[in-house]
Design a binder for this molecule. Structure first.
Ligand SMILES: *Cc1c(COP(=O)(O)O)cnc(C)c1O
Length: 389
């Protein structure tokens, strides 16, 4: 039944294969018995294999054991989960926070809790797949606006407001803070201003929500506090920030940071929170330690941005353009699927791991380079060199 379909994927060069490491995650990884310089991880600060984080996780295993045994509401949580939530809320400057098992389960659980039939979601066309799935599950009317296009976003809202049957629905604007494939940053100040304007109109007052997926902003932008801090935007009661512990924090899981009412509502209604076993306490311990390290060690983020600048300069000198990227995620467009796959293989042959990203993850194939704080100058030089020859 699936044999022909798999063959079709292979013929179209869309067949993917898992490549597992024989080493920890980091700037150098071992795959198929070879050490490769790794430009494919989201471990932006090099924390995934940090000794303090490992020690925290081990201590937590000793104190709380491994398995968590139940959902949070049924006693699966440990003191560490709450400690992490308090820390995240303080870090983000919000009243409260709640852990989710992953970014995927956060988006698919939260969006249907805050948007439903009769509501209107406005979603950037390049939002992450988990947002798209969350919107589908919500049954709200979902309108896609053109990527980072505030004029289009505003026009869609105006049009909806002019329709009589939009009588009392809520408007929920949803955007990635940093887009995971392009590495560009959402125009959050402008989006925030659109929300402010709507909040001062009688029809839309108290019916606007702004939901930000800060998966790639957390630990990277705003001294690690994320995109809102980067833009100096206050976390208003109508702003909901979601973030992940699985990328720059080098851990696993996700969180929501928002007003207490929002957090209590999600605790009571979000299906991926209610109907899933909570993450083990050692994962919460690792995430907590990561946030502490980010606060205590500003050099980590400085090194990340220094490495990013070095790579972008190197690319530019070789005639590569970083597109609209404003972050350590840099898309390299090399033409069609075949050229992209060939370049990825070429890099692999030169000891560099940078797999091609292809449809359906992206419309046009690309090599998604992620540079981290853990890369050495030599690592970055090696990539630039290999692209050239
Ligand atoms: C990675 C990612 C997610 C999913 O997070 P996981 O913790 O890996 O499930 C959600 N949103 C965005 C924008 C992401 O890049």
């Amino acid at each position: 039944m699936f044999f022909e379909r798999l063959k079709e994927l292979q013929q179209k060069n869309l067949y993917r294969q898992i490549k597992d490491r024989a080493s920890p995650q980091g700037p150098r990884i071992v795959i198929d018995g070879r050490e490769l310089i790794n430009f494919a991880s989201n471990d932006y600060l090099g924390l995934a294999n940090h000794p303090d984080i490992i020690a925290s996780a081990i201590d937590a295993v000793k104190e709380f054991g491994f398995g968590s045994g139940a959902s949070r509401l049924l006693g699966g949580g440990a003191a560490l989960h709450k400690r992490l939530e308090d820390k995240v809320a303080q870090f983000k400057g919000t009243e409260a926070s709640l852990m989710f098992n992953s970014g995927y389960s956060a988006n698919t659980g939260i969006i249907p809790s805050i948007a439903g039939e009769g509501d209107i979601i406005l979603s950037d066309e390049l939002n992450h797949a988990s947002i798209i799935d969350g919107c589908r599950l919500s049954r709200a009317r979902t309108l896609m606006y053109k990527h980072r296009d505030i004029t289009h976003l505003s026009a869609l809202i105006r049009k909806e407001l002019s329709l009589s049957d939009s009588a009392d629905g809520r408007f929920i604007i949803i955007t990635d803070s940093v887009f995971s494939m392009e590495g560009d940053i959402a125009p959050l100040s402008e989006i925030y201003n659109v929300c402010l304007a709507l909040n001062s109109e009688p029809r839309t007052q108290d019916s606007i929500l702004l939901y930000i997926d800060d998966a790639h902003g957390t630990g990277v932008l705003g001294n690690g506090r994320g995109a809102l801090a980067h833009f100096n935007i206050r976390p208003e009661p109508w702003v909901i920030q979601m973030g992940t512990c699985s990328k720059a924090l080098g851990s696993f899981g996700a969180f929501i940071a928002a007003d207490r009412d929002v957090v209590e509502w999600l605790t009571n209604t979000s299906r991926s929170f209610i109907f899933s076993t909570v993450l083990p306490a050692c994962i919460a311990a690792a995430s907590l330690k990561a946030v502490e390290l980010i606060e205590e060690t500003p050099q980590l983020i400085e090194r990340l941005w220094r490495n990013r600048a070095k790579l972008v300069n190197g690319l530019r000198e070789r005639g590569y353009d970083a597109g609209t990227s404003g972050t350590p995620v840099i898309p390299l467009r090399l033409g069609g699927l075949e050229d992209t796959l060939n370049m990825s293989q070429h890099l692999y042959n030169h000891g560099i791991y940078a797999p091609a990203i292809r449809p359906p993850a992206v419309k046009e194939p690309l090599i998604r380079i992620t540079v981290t704080a853990a890369h050495s100058e030599e690592d970055i030089d090696a990539l630039v060199q290999a692209l050239h020859c």
